[in-house]
Design a protein around this ligand. Structure first.
Ligand code: ATP
Ligand code: MG
Length: 140
């Protein structure tokens, strides 16, 4: 059993894709054990993307991620991290496999609808970045 952080980004909420993304998550058999909508502050978005702080797209990314509400979720299941990344597809929607969220619904490499943790350590860090332990409803 594994957990991962999923985010529906501001382009996804603006395009009214919350239901569509959640449908795909639940159809895959991943269980949503925590969920909250939030308008990220600049500080919170910068902290979340700290590893990318030296990348050329960092400021644009923070601006995008604070441009509207996001939906924060913790997903649980066997191999949840890789299963959620498979559902999302490649970062650049043009390179994403057919049937993935990014290929079907995303605009470009920045406005790519969803986020997913990329490994066990980042998953723990990212879940704790947004949620307290008692906000997770595991095992229902
Ligand atoms: P995420 O971390 O959001 O799940 P990812 O792991 O596929 O996506 P990262 O390399 O971690 O991609 O980049 C984080 C986010 O930064 C991307 O999802 C995208 O929104 C943005 N991004 C990545 N590369 C670029 C780029 N070359 N130009 C613009 N934005 C980018
Ligand atoms: Mg990433």
């Amino acid at each position: 059993m594994e957990r991962t952080l999923a985010i529906i980004k501001p382009d996804g909420t603006a395009a009214r894709l919350i239901g569509e993304v959640i449908r795909r998550i639940e159809d895959e058999g991943l269980v949503i054990v925590a969920m909250r909508m939030e308008l990220l502050s600049e500080r919170k978005a910068e902290g979340f993307y700290f590893v990318h702080r030296h990348k050329p797209f960092f400021h644009s990314l923070v601006k995008f991620m604070t441009s509207g509400p996001v939906v924060l979720m913790v997903l649980e299941g066997d191999n949840a991290i890789s299963r959620w990344r498979t559902l999302m597809g490649a970062t650049d929607p043009r390179k994403a496999d057919a049937g993935t969220i990014r290929r079907d619904l995303a605009t470009d490499i920045e406005r790519n609808v969803v986020h997913g943790s990329d490994g066990p350590d980042t998953a723990v860090y990212e879940i704790n970045y947004f949620f307290k332990g008692d906000e997770l409803c595991s095992g229902y």
